[in-house]
Design a protein around this ligand. Structure first.
Ligand code: TYC
Length: 101
């Protein structure tokens, strides 16, 4: 039979944007970092109010770990690095990690 345009057709490329993978940014407790420093870090880098930041800090202090926020991977990594650099600068042992949400 005669060639038709449709003989060459391929599956149309349909854009299917996936929502980004999300990561939790966690703070870990230690015996030395001042509570006030932890609260200030949570306010500054996770856009929390002083009241919210204090609640998160106290959860970390009593339970050992707490979630500061949930973000796409690149943003979560940036926030973790900002926390670690701020702690290093102030010579506090505060630890921050990310974990798949
Ligand atoms: N445990 C610390 C203290 O008693 C306070 C603290 C809270 C440290 C949260 C780290 O992620 C942390 N000074």
């Amino acid at each position: 039979r005669p060639k038709r345009d449709s003989d060459l057709a391929v599956a149309p490329q349909v854009a299917k944007p996936k929502p980004p993978e999300l990561f939790k940014v966690l703070l870990l407790n230690d015996d030395y970092t001042p509570m006030e420093f932890v609260v200030a870090v949570i306010e500054r880098f996770f856009s929390k109010t002083r009241e919210q930041a204090t609640q998160i800090m106290l959860k970390v202090h009593t339970e050992g770990v707490g979630v500061c926020g949930v973000y796409p991977q690149d943003i979560a990594e940036t926030k973790m690095h900002q926390v670690l650099e701020s702690a290093r600068e102030a010579q506090h042992p505060l630890q921050c990690v990310i974990e798949a949400a």
